[in-house]
Design a protein around this ligand. Sequence first.
Ligand code: 5RP
Length: 219
Amino acid sequence: MTQDEQKRAAAEAAIQYVPENCIVGVGTGSTANYFIDALARIKHKIEGAVASSEATSSRLAAHGIRVFDLNDIDSLTVYIDGADEINRDLQMIKGGGGALTREKIVAAVAETFVCVADQNKIVQILGKFPLPVEVIPMARSHVARQIMRLGGQPALREGFITDNGNIILDVRGLQIHHPAELEASLDEITGIVTNGLFAKRGADVLLLGTDKGVETISR
Ligand code: 5RP
């Protein structure tokens, strides 16, 4: 299977985690897009979806799936999203598409987080993929200095503004042996809106597209 076929297989397998009559949280990226396309086929069985980005919202709406504001719902049974890297403890780096803040918010509300990914995303130690950090624009230099103190090398994602009107610093050079601790340390830096470590709230289930089919890894 190609990488795209693995993404599609994992995304399609996630449909089994969507209960009837529910509102489903939907992530952002190419794997999430495959999930949206699969969701469209059962759209008559669900109430609708909450989107983690403007791009996802548009794709859901284009399929005729009702998009709810997160503030208008009390709970969310399941959130389906991809990852840039994921370890065997189901901790992730996310934000390659720049949607990390809304993704983390929707994930925080969901009872179950199902990550859908191809086999290239699984790693022993997080950090080869540059860690995305969403930053308030006026704090860019301050945040960059603080990140360098933690051993990272931040680079501005050129020409990119998030759905929230902020910038992204992509941080290289981090060997992330303790993801939850680093996530908490980054959260303490004034000016950072969100960092792309999803360790405190990792995934509950990983559906991993491989050459041999879809592997399910649960916590
Ligand atoms: C977007 C994300 C995506 O989940 C991540 O970038 C994976 O993307 P893809 O499914 O295209 O490989 O975090 O902000």
